[in-house]
Ligand binder design. Structure first.
Ligand code: NAD
Length: 330
């Protein structure tokens, strides 16, 4: 009997980014052979991928090289995205739509030609209609509430188009697809000071930079609500979805909803600093948003459980270190 175990091959598009970087580490731990692809190398840690191809996934020639194997699993995480300061100003709308759509068109086309076995697409909570997220205490983000579609950003519209395109490839070409709608994923080794950071990283940075007794600035009145999911829980959800026979779309997020004021207070508690908050004008997004985990529990028999405080503690420690390092470098 041949006892040689075949090593599964995975491709991670967007491996130079926050979630992609962590996913490569997770897949390596699970024994996969991994190829990463991204327009840039990872900024905060050396990639553990067996191969890392640097190039533009909008470019068909580059995609031919990236998709030249019948991968067991492809994770398509590459996108032109960022936090509210990037997505909600309107300044990057054309890029966000054009770049991400082109990447997804290529991933599906070249993935199909390469006869890949299964592909994961990272959609977003930003696809949910604005009308269901006006009340900060009672947002509706059940998967079934997505239509009639009315996202509040072009980023959300591109993601919902993406979902439909992946589903069309499944329907017409029999491609195995898995789709998750991520809700505010956070953790170490993500954008924290480059204009693409999201609220947990931005608040951690501001708190880390402030002197005890000082002031931090916050966009809006801080009464808008969100839920945040720690990176390890996100990866657990992605891996479980990939192993299951459920296509999705399914929420991968936390149901621990907090206001941005509460989020800031938590970070100050972790940092043991007493700071005042100055509310200023800024891009905001919807008034309330939180994951609805009924479907993931039903389909995967699992839902995230890590407390926001615990994830923030690890994230703050990493960002505090970056801030210190940055000061030394100057
Ligand atoms: P990220 O910006 O850290 O990673 C995205 C990566 O895609 C980057 O490394 C970037 O260089 C790469 N990329 C962009 N354009 C490219 C191109 N033309 N060619 C090659 N690579 C390119 O973002 P992330 O937080 O890791 O998000 C990963 C995925 O999850 C994205 O699709 C994002 O839309 C989705 N998502 C993330 C969140 C979140 O809270 N982080 C929430 C919802 C959805």
């Amino acid at each position: 009997m041949n006892k040689t175990k075949t090593v599964k091959k995975a491709l991670v598009c967007g491996a130079g980014g926050f979630i992609g970087g962590h996913l490569v580490k997770r897949l390596k731990k699970e024994g996969y052979w991994v190829r990463g692809a991204d327009i840039k190398k990872h900024e905060y840690s050396k990639s553990q991928a067996d191969e890392f191809l640097v190039g533009d996934l909008r470019d068909q020639k580059f995609c031919e090289k990236v998709f030249n194997l019948p991968f067991d699993e492809v994770y398509q995480l590459a996108a032109d995205m960022g936090g509210a300061g990037y997505i909600f100003t309107g300044d990057h709308d054309a890029d966000v739509m054009h770049n991400s759509a082109q990447i997804n068109l290529n991933a599906l086309h070249f993935g199909r030609l390469a006869k890949i076995k299964k592909i994961f697409f990272s959609s977003s909570a930003c696809i949910y209609p604005e009308r269901n997220q006006m009340d900060p205490n009672n947002p509706n983000c059940a998967e079934s509430s997505a239509y009639p579609a009315a996202p509040d950003s072009e980023y959300g519209w591109e993601k919902i188009f993406g979902e439909r395109m992946y589903l069309a490839y499944k329907r017409n070409f029999g491609l195995e697809v898995r789709i998750a709608r991520f809700h505010n994923i956070f953790g170490p080794e993500g954008s924290w000071n480059n204009g693409k950071e999201k609220s947990p990283a931005a608040i951690c940075r501001k708190v880390a930079q402030a002197k005890d007794g000082g002031t931090i600035e916050m966009w809006g009145d801080g009464k808008q609500t969100r839920s945040y999911l720690y990176i390890d829980e996100c990866l657990e959800g992605v891996r479980r979805l990939m192993k299951s026979s459920f296509t999705g779309p399914v929420n991968i997020g936390s149901e621990e909803m907090v206001s941005i004021n509460e989020l800031a207070q938590m970070v100050m508690d972790i940092a043991r600093k007493k700071l005042s908050v100055k509310h200023i004008k800024g891009p905001l997004g919807v008034r309330g948003r939180s994951s609805d985990n009924r479907l993931i529990k039903k389909e995967l028999g699992w839902a995230p459980s890590t407390k926001l405080y615990d994830g923030l503690t690890k994230t703050y420690a990493w960002i505090e270190e970056q801030v210190k390092q940055n000061r030394k470098d100057k």
